[in-house]
Design a protein around this ligand. Structure first.
Ligand SMILES: Nc1ncnc2c1ncn2[C@@H]1O[C@H](COP(=O)(O)OP(=O)(O)OP(=O)(O)O)[C@@H](O)[C@H]1O
Length: 910
């Protein structure tokens, strides 16, 4: 009975029908005697659970409900009347700036400056608020005023006068008249005296919104007033009026561009109001909750929201900032209310969101059943971030950046916390999580399984379960994974993408499917944690894959063969590449290459093609790959099924194809992967000497453990003959490093300048991944940074003092560029630095001087011009080192510059 009583009181308190909570009415409705009810309610009140209103009749309200509704802890339980309670709650209500969402977060600086500006004697300092539309400028202006009143800076009856200047954009004279006031008859339509808004705001705040719409004449009149507080009314040349107003301006424009300099000079306080996006995800989440709660009070109904709709709101970028978010939520609530007319509460899902929101899937996905109340959303946002991995990432990233820990330790520490978190999820009572996410769990598992098969990662059921529950926890506690928005967050994501390439690829593939099939979003931070977990827990990077590809001409020939075979085998064995009928073999190769690049650890590539270009594809692939390749032509569904079966049973390649011969009309070729020696080739247009020195520096930088050799190759021979195929048979060429690209097909060229500028590291890292640990890789990068500085290169290449040499060469090259009236790109400059420094040394040492026999008279006019320019520019160098740059060397430099220019413009065209 008591429960019935307390529930009834609670219901009426929630709905605001307080008058029903008298002993008489409660007794009548519930069928108890008035005395019994009165006795029980008073007992209940004595426990502190009720508020007593000593009116006639006496009323009782549920204290917890009132405290929640008004977001306050009531210090007393008894009030003389409902009005008195309301007054008390009003007073308790948040004061001025505290009512701003984010006042103690991203707006803290804004609030402090506003407080200081209005407090500055005697009338505060003119203040400009600028920022995008809807960021809260008008609201803040009003809060400044309220603060002034609450602090006694402004009198209680001081006014807040809001003028939107854009409304007068076409009638600036009228605005001037309204602002400064006018006398009757001052202009047509002035049929009475008007003291003006500046007068009205005397002692208070004048807020000029959209001030960029104020015409220059009016801005001028305004700053005259700002100088001494006096002004004249329109049509009154006799009297000078005075007014003490605190001026607040607002604009969405760049103040420097939109306002007269003279006006801007008179506004000492200029405050930028951050956009919604700049305020971070946590505040955005708080705002959504705050706005939902506000609407709930307005419509007097509880609001619940599906996790998906909530995430959609969180993920949408609102160009119109808080204002647009507010409108969006209001419109959403309106639609939801209309659709839930007869329900006690309204439940918002994705369908209720306005059409203007741009999100992929408008259907109600099954994630919709995961509905959150406002209290739950609040709990979410209060969750202790200390326990989250985010905080750990922050901590360890700072340590890493301060060189207090090595990269391996860094990953170990974070992994420890990720796995701890995962264990907590797994060992916590999952029944509720399971029950409320039963559908999503099935779909997530299907997606993970799909990726597992596609990338052949060998994930066990247990692993799939772990990933799935981790994801479910993420979707259920979204905000705890998104709280901090620190730089470390980005650093961590960057490092994971770099050091755990494979794992990140895998989780990205899952993410793509989750997004497209379930319309759910997973943030990069979470994906990075998951990738780290996969790398350590599942030793995935050791996995090598068998990749089956069907490549056929026609709109969907390849895809339809692949999909029917995959379906028949019940496994994802084949990928498909569809080709338009007129595709050339070269185009096919480009497509194939980008396809293969998606996998970093291929063991076997099985390629089934439909046409006779088998030889060419085969030749091409055998050069660039380092895995087993089997190519067969005349692909058909029957043949693909046969091969697919062999792949899925993990039969050896030769066995699969030997079996197929005879029963099917097809040809095939298999190359077994040879353990070729891995090499980096140094070849410099500046000569073998430079290449040899380069080799030394590189060898010094490479980690000892790495099974990579560095070889040199004469540049001109390389350009003339290209690399012979037996060279490729013997070696796996990782890349060519040098000063000029010899343009060997399918071979990566890394320029020396790239090394110097540390731009080639990602390429090398992808290549070496798995061969060395992240710590060794880090050491390698440090070595490269140290050894490949320009000074060090020059120091290694020559015995001359590198600083002096570089200074001279740099000066001379500057003069040469002026003489030639061009600016060399960085690449040309670096190449020239290296080449000319080496040349100077050779000339100083008088190496090969006897081969210089050419006279300038034998040369072309065009070259002659360059020769004299070069001589002029390098005068100082020649004098200092007592050398004479011979015609042949000048010719070489001339050709070098021209070749580089040409190769650069070709690259630009491409
Ligand atoms: N920090 C905030 N806390 C709560 N509500 C906010 C906040 N900022 C803005 N709002 C609300 O967003 C809406 C838009 O704010 P406001 O009109 O002050 O923006 P504005 O910058 O003046 O826009 P405009 O430049 O378009 O005039 C208002 O309803 C306001 O109450």
């Amino acid at each position: 009975m008591e429960t019935k009583l307390s529930e009834y009181i609670k219901e009426n308190t929630i709905s605001g029908e307080y008058e029903k909570n008298s002993a008489l009415i409660v007794g009548k409705v519930l069928g108890f005697s008035r005395n019994w009810v009165s006795q029980n309610l008073n007992d209940y009140y004595n426990t502190g659970a009720l508020i007593k209103i000593n009116s006639r009749p006496v009323l009782f309200l549920d204290k917890e409900v009132i405290s929640k509704q008004y977001n306050t802890s009531l210090p007393k339980n008894i009030f003389g009347s409902i009005e008195e309670l309301m007054e008390f709650l009003e007073v308790e209500d948040k004061k001025d700036f505290q009512a701003l969402n984010g006042y103690d977060g991203s707006l803290r600086g804004v609030v402090e400056t506003c407080k200081a500006s209005i407090s500055y004697p005697p009338n505060g300092l003119p203040t400009l608020l600028y920022g995008q539309t809807g960021t809260g400028k008008s609201l803040i202006a009003r809060k400044i005023y309220e603060y002034g009143i609450n602090q006694g800076i402004l009198k209680k009856d001081a006014e807040f006068v809001h003028v939107n200047c854009s409304e007068y954009a076409n009638n600036p004279e009228l605005l001037t008249a309204y602002l400064f006031g006018y006398k009757k008859g001052a202009f047509t339509g002035a049929d009475h005296d008007n003291p003006g808004l500046i007068h009205q705001a005397d002692g208070g705040v004048l807020f000029l919104d959209e001030v960029h719409c104020l015409k220059p004449e009016c801005q001028e009149k305004l700053f005259l007033f700002m100088d001494n507080g006096s002004y004249r009314q329109i049509g009154d040349n006799e009297n000078v009026y005075h007014s003490n107003v605190f001026l607040v301006f607002a604009t969405t424009e760049d103040p420097k561009k939109a306002l007269l300099k003279t006006l801007l000079r008179r506004i000492p306080i200029q405050i930028h109001i951050p956009s919604l996006e700049q305020r971070g995800l946590k505040e955005k989440a708080d705002l959504i909750v705050y706005l939902l709660e506000y609407e709930s009070k307005q419509i007097q109904k509880e609001i619940r929201i599906s996790s998906l709709a909530y995430q959609t709101l969180l993920n949408t970028v609102f160009e119109g900032n808080v204002g647009e978010l507010e409108n969006c939520i209001r419109q959403t609530c309106m639609t939801a209310l209309f659709m839930n007319k007869n329900k006690e509460y309204i439940e918002i899902n994705n369908l209720h969101l306005p059409n203007t929101l741009n999100f992929a899937n408008r259907t109600i996905s099954f994630m919709e059943h995961h509905v959150l109340t406002i209290d739950q959303l609040k709990e979410e946002s209060k969750k202790d971030t200390d326990k989250t991995v985010l905080k750990e990432v922050d901590k360890w990233t700072v340590k890493l950046q301060n060189n207090e820990i090595l990269i391996d330790e860094y990953f170990d520490h974070i992994y420890l916390h990720v796995s701890k978190q995962i264990n907590q999820i797994l060992f916590s009572d999952q029944s509720e999580l399971y029950a409320s996410n039963i559908n999503i769990i099935d779909s997530l598992k299907a997606i993970i399984e799909m990726v597992n098969q596609k990338y052949r990662c060998n994930l066990k059921d247990k692993d799939i379960n772990v990933i799935c529950m981790y994801l479910v926890d993420y979707f259920s506690n979204y905000s705890t994974y998104s709280k901090l928005n620190t730089d470390s967050y980005d650093v961590f994501i960057g490092l994971i993408k770099k050091y755990y390439v494979n794992e990140y690829k895998l989780v990205s593939a899952m993410n793509e499917l989750i997004e497209s099939h379930l319309n759910l979003y997973v943030n990069e931070f979470f994906l990075s944690c998951l990738a780290l977990y996969l790398s350590k827990a599942l030793t995935l990077s050791e996995q090598q894959q068998r990749v089956g590809v069907i490549l056929a001409h026609g709109y969907a020939t390849a895809s339809s063969i692949a999909s029917s075979v995959n379906e028949m085998l019940g496994q994802y064995v084949f990928e498909a590449i569809d080709m338009p009928l007129d595709t050339t073999t070269d185009q096919i190769l480009v497509k194939l290459k980008s396809f293969i690049d998606r996998y970093t650890k291929i063991k076997d590539l099985i390629l089934l093609v439909d046409m006779g270009s088998l030889e060419k594809i085969y030749d091409h692939l055998s050069h660039i790959t380092n895995f087993n390749i089997a190519i067969a032509n005349n692909v058909s569904t029957k043949f693909a099924l046969f091969v697919g079966e062999g792949i899925s049973k993990n039969e050896p390649l030769k066995h699969i194809f030997d079996e197929s011969i005879g029963m099917l009309d097809t040809n095939y070729k298999i190359t077994e992967r040879k353990e070729k020696e891995k090499i980096i080739l140094c070849s410099c247009a500046t000569g073998m000497g430079t290449a040899e020195k380069l080799k030394e520096i590189l060898e010094e930088s490479l980690p000892e453990k790495i099974p990579v050799k560095v070889l040199t190759y004469d540049y001109s021979t390389l350009v003339k003959n290209q690399l012979e195929s037996d060279f490729f048979d013997r070696y796996e060429v990782i890349c060519i490093i040098g000063t000029l690209d010899p343009k060997i097909p399918n071979l990566k060229f890394v320029s020396l300048e790239n090394f110097i500028m540390n731009e080639s590291f990602d390429f090398l890292w992808t290549y070496f991944e798995g061969m060395i640990t992240p710590a060794e890789m880090n050491q390698f990068q440090q070595n490269l940074l140290k050894n490949f500085s320009l000074t060090n290169i020059i120091m290694s290449l020559t015995f001359l003092n590198p600083d002096k040499l570089l200074e001279y060469v740099a000066d001379s090259l500057n003069v040469l560029q002026r003489e030639m009236n061009i600016v060399f790109s960085n690449n040309i400059c670096f190449g020239l630095y290296v080449h000319i420094c080496c040349l100077i040394e050779r000339l100083v040492l008088k190496e090969g001087i006897d081969v210089y026999t050419k006279s300038i008279d034998e040369c072309s006019l065009l070259f002659k011009e360059f020769y004299y320019q070069l001589k002029e520019s390098f005068q100082k160098v020649e004098k200092y080192y007592r050398i004479d740059i011979p015609v042949e060397e000048a010719e070489y430099i001339y050709m070098y510059i021209n070749n580089m220019k040409e190769s650069q413009s070709n690259e630009d065209d491409e």
